[in-house]
Design a protein around this ligand. Sequence first.
Ligand SMILES: Cc1ncc(COP(=O)(O)O)c(C=O)c1O
Length: 400
Amino acid sequence: MTGIQARPLADLRARRTSIKWHRFPADVLPMSVAEMDFEIAPPIAQTAIDHLLRSDTGYLDSPGPLAAAFAEFALTAWAWQVDESRVHLATDVTVGVLETLRLALPNQGGRVVLTPPVYAPFYEMVGEAHAEAIDVPLRAEVDWSLDLPAIEAAFASGVDAILLCNPHNPTGRSHRRESLEGLARLAARYDVLVVSDEVHAPLAHPGSPFVPFGVIAHETGARSVTVTSASKGWNLAALKCAVAVANDEATAELLARFPEELAARTSIIGLHANIAAFSCQAWLNDTIDHITDNYRLLVHELSIHLPEVRVVQPDAGYLVWLDLRALGLGDDPAAELLTRARVALNSGPSFGTGGRGFARMNIACDPATIGEAVRRIAAVAHPEASEQRVPAELEPAPAL
Ligand SMILES: Cc1ncc(COP(=O)(O)O)c(C=O)c1O
């Protein structure tokens, strides 16, 4: 076990004011919204407090020391050499992606490839950029990898950009180097901009190396922008600060045209918190260990109580994509389970094509919550059998 611990559920509900804790009644286990139930790293909290106490609460006009802090993290974690002069600020990852699309696409009628099932707000971002989403589903029944021949067909039909999610949400899979190389070659050949959202990358699990698109793009000559933040890895979504990195000369010119106001729309406290986060490696390692322990626990509990559920093993992050089709709960098992099991998961179909019969579970929580969630789901799926299935040697889940 690691030093990272989640507070009891009642405590979290009393102390936190975010959607995760207030969207559902108190008898629901909240395992949907992508926030972690752990305390943030103390040096990050202290940094934010220090800046508040100094009334350092004005506007930003550039990434300043964040560019170097991010570049150092990227080099150490992924051997990615980031050109600090090409690092730009954005309010958050979503805004960074949206502003990049706004610059890169025609005013109306742009076309952007998405690879569903995928983080549902991507569809909103494409819509806000007045563009059309072109679906090229992942190879769901194989290994959830990119379908390169289908991507090529979409590129050949004329698209402006592809919005890559790497590591992918909801599957948690990091795209393999060969896939990324294939994509980069296609992007270069058809002159398609790759916008790579890499916000889950700092949470790569041991033995599942993550390859930044920036490294690949550099080798192939594809145009690309990477958008990322400490917001997921260190649980700082509220602090509103992200970086957009231009990976080549052409996109450096593109991002130079970001609205001047974009830096001022980014939180100065968030910037200092991001800088602190990128040197909180020990906390990150402990958090990843806790998540991977939780993943093993989930697999164990499922194997006992719900052996027909198939789990996609994530390479990074704390979101787990569950194939619940064998449970007979219909196209949207999360909707059924919210009502009948009082467990809140994300609806599979909300991620687009390939999501029917699936749900996404957030496991950045106390291990007891995972055990309890599996038992509640099993009680719905197997009302008579669930009690007898608990083997004698297993401890009952601690009270929640
Ligand atoms: C793939 C992906 N991108 C972006 C975000 C949101 O990031 P931000 O809060 O920095 O906009 C999330 C949140 O879960 C996400 O999963």
